[in-house]
Structure formats: C-alpha cells, structure tokens
Design a protein. Structure first.
Length: 202
C-alpha cells in the first residue's frame, strides 16, 4: 500500500510540475504574440505579463506554502483579459490575433486555478490512518518471528521500522507539491521572465 501511495504521490507531484510549466508557457505565448499588437496595447499587455511573472515568483509562491493565493496575481489576469477585450481590431488579421490572445489568456487563468487547487490538495485523513495502521501491523508481525539471537531480531525490527518510516516520510513530502523538502519551484516562471527582460532590452 505504501508503494502505491508513493507512486500516486509522485504522479500528482509530477502533474503539478507539468501544469506549472504549461502555465509559464501560456504566459510566454501571450507575451510574444502581443508583439503583433499596435502600441499602446502591445506595451500594456507585455508589461502585465512581466508583472504577472514577478508576482507569481515573489508573492504567490511563498503564499502557496500557507495554502493561500495572491489577489494581485488574479487582478493581473483580469487586467490582461480586459486589455485584450478592449482592443478594437481594424483588420481581419488583428481580429484573428485578438481571438488567439483571448484563448491564451483563458488558458493562463485556467492553469493558474489548477496550480492553486494542487497547492491545497492532500491525502485524505482516513488514508493516513490506514497507512499508519498498516505500518504498525507490519512492524508488529516481526515480533512473531522466532529468532534465536536477540540482536538479529532487534536488527530486523529496526530495518522494517526504518523502511516503514521512510515510506511515510516520502509520502508526506509529496503530499503538498508546493511545500516541504521536495517541492515544485517557480523556475519555469523565472526562465520566461528572464526571456521577457532580455527581449525588452533588444
């Protein structure tokens, strides 16, 4: 059962990391697609994209470890949607561009919501009870083995206990993907922000 839960925990952790990378990619898609907008719309949209990346890195990531979110980050997503919706295309090409940007910003907002759900999702309490109970039963069974030397029996109990404890700690570290020793980092956002800033300097 512990092996199954570790596998399930890793699958959820890997899924959270993948969704974070997709969110950063969606943000990058909005930023670079906005290059085709006329000013001042282009400047406004790209400025909001840079601000969103900084807010997620500096403000929302620390808040997620407390199962909270950044109201400013949501406000920036809303501003992005409003900025694109207020754009009045004058050609068929611009109308198509507006539709693509609306879709990309919707993807960004949806992926952010999934990230926030991931930051608060955890293994149900009843499963923790079952895991602890299963571990206790396994350790108890070692006392039923007839071993002539006490030190051999003590070693066997110690090894089984260590394995069970390590499994539980591993499950616990994967339970919340944005906290603890093993956690999803904001590296994807840091990378796209560096690309934005490098592009704005050219």
């Amino acid at each position: 059962m512990s092996a199954f839960m570790i596998g399930l925990g890793w699958e959820e952790f890997d899924g959270s990391r993948d969704r974070t990378q997709r969110e950063a990619s969606a943000l990058a898609a909005v930023y670079w697609r906005a290059d085709e907008l006329p000013n001042p719309e282009r400047r406004r949209v790209q400025q909001l994209c840079r601000l969103y990346a900084r807010t997620v890195i500096q403000e929302e990531w620390p808040l997620m470890s407390q199962e909270k979110e950044s109201e400013r980050a949501q406000s920036i997503v809303d501003d992005l949607q409003n900025s694109i919706n207020e754009f009045n295309p004058s050609t068929a090409v611009q109308a198509e561009l507006e539709g693509q940007l609306v879709e990309q910003v919707d993807d960004l907002g949806g992926l952010r919501e999934l990230r926030l759900v991931d930051s608060t999702a955890s293994i149900p309490f009843i499963l923790w009870i079952m895991l602890l109970g299963a571990g206790s039963v396994v350790i108890s069974f070692t006392y039923l083995f007839g071993v002539r030397h006490l030190w051999v029996h003590s070693l066997m109990v110690g090894v089984v206990t260590a394995v069970a404890a390590t499994a539980l700690l591993t499950i616990e570290s994967l339970d919340y993907p944005f906290t603890g020793a093993a956690k999803v980092s904001p590296h994807a956002f840091e990378r796209v922000l560096q690309d934005f800033e490098a592009g704005s300097e050219n």
